[in-house]
Write a protein that binds this ligand. Structure first.
Ligand code: SF4
Length: 385
């Protein structure tokens, strides 16, 4: 469908819950399902997309994100089928950002060509580290050299917008080994980099062996965070969100929607949506998701109405993740409230401590503030983060 005037913007997230094997730290909903399960899921997903699209008739979709799991497990053809279902069901903007997460161990050159033809214009590689020993400790299925070849295939296939995910705080990782990873990867000049600190989650292999893991201490992790910020700034990247860096103008539009508290619809088991004044999540189970969609039901596990108070707290929580922070004017336009006045005491405290910065009517977290953002944000927004 062609773009129409005056439509509200919408993002679409699609969860592909398939992985060849589980990484030791991962608590996302995914697993190694059979080819028949994958085919049945794709079929249901397309049905679900067609069924829900009319509820978003007043919206123009300007970002699509296929995440997981490992979307590239369904191959270029599977991704093209989803892209086609979206383009015939929703109003897509002419310049829609269409991102697909790719595991370097599951992507072939032919898949990249097929994705490109299907309209995918952004690839997000989950690399995590340039050291094979660290990749092995995470149970990643690829080596650094396999990543390099997948990255070069993506460039050859014509992708000019590539993100690379990295992790710090890994078992046996040092500040030097992380610096080496950041330097090697930034030398490839991807348009975007995401850097996440490892979190040990219950229910994962790492969670079960947490007492035996040799992890960098808190000071080293902080050093890694600041060192990466310095290296990437010097390499021309803007640290535009706590965990994200982009070349000028290459910020991820889809993720910016989350942080701008704009609407999005999710499809697939465990996918969340923020749409029509509600936040809701689908059941994190492939079989139950498929059964519900086949029965013509919505596989909703959780749903809540967003009150005005929630909206305000969420906006503070999300916007303070961004380097652009919160401006009094934007805040007033959204909530009819003077942000600086209402939160004066807390803002003054964090400015005094050097955690928050204030530039005319804009309030934002500096490097140190971004590192301790959870504590600061939950204090200001009075929200559990
Ligand atoms: S590839 Fe990604 S989604 Fe799959 S297990 Fe590893 S971290 Fe989790």
């Amino acid at each position: 469908m062609s773009e129409k005037q005056n439509k509200k913007r919408l993002g679409i997230y699609i969860h592909i819950p398939f992985c060849k094997s589980k990484c030791a730290y991962c608590d996302f909903y995914s697993g190694n399902f059979s080819a028949a399960d994958r085919e049945e899921y794709l079929f249901c997903l397309v049905e679900h997309i067609k069924r829900l699209a009319p509820t978003a008739d007043d919206y123009a979709v300007d970002s699509i994100f296929l995440g997981g799991g490992t979307p590239t497990v369904i191959g270029g053809e599977g991704i093209a089928r989803i892209g086609e279902a979206l383009s015939i069901s929703f109003h897509l903007s002419r310049d829609t950002e269409f991102s697909v997460e790719a595991n370097p161990g599951t992507v072939e050159r032919a898949d990249l060509d097929t994705m490109k033809r299907a309209g995918v214009n952004r690839i997000s590689f989950g690399l995590q580290s340039s050291h094979d020993s660290e990749l092995k400790a995470l149970s990643r299925i690829h080596s650094y050299s396999e990543f390099l070849s997948a990255y070069s295939d993506a460039r050859d296939a014509g992708f000019d917008n590539i993100n690379i995910d990295l992790m710090y705080g890994l078992p046996d990782q040092t500040v030097d080994s992380f610096a080496e990873t950041v330097e090697r990867v930034s030398a490839l000049s991807p348009e975007h980099l995401s850097l996440y600190g490892l979190k040990i989650e219950d229910g994962t292999p790492f969670g079960r062996m947490r007492d035996r893991l040799v992890l960098p201490d808190e000071d080293s992790e902080y050093e890694m965070y600041l060192m990466a910020a310095d290296l990437l700034r010097a390499a021309g990247y803007r640290h535009y969100e706590i965990s994200n860096y982009a070349k000028p103008g290459q910020e991820c539009r889809h993720n910016l929607k989350y942080w701008d508290a704009l609407e999005y619809i999710g499809f697939g088991p465990s996918a969340y949506s923020y749409f029509g004044g509600r936040r809701y999540g689908y059941i994190g189970d492939l079989t139950e998701y498929i059964a519900a969609v086949k029965a013509g039901c919505e596989p909703i596990e959780y749903s809540e109405e967003i009150t005005e108070k929630d909206r305000e707290a969420e906006y503070i929580m999300l916007r303070l993740r961004l380097r652009d922070g919160i401006t009094r004017g934007d805040f007033y336009d959204r909530f009819g409230i003077d942000f600086a006045e209402k939160y004066r005491e807390k803002l003054s405290k964090y400015i005094f401590l050097g955690i928050m910065e204030n530039d005319r009517d804009r309030y934002y977290l500096g490097d140190r503030g971004m590192y301790v953002s959870n504590t600061v944000i939950s204090d200001i927004a009075e929200f559990d983060v």
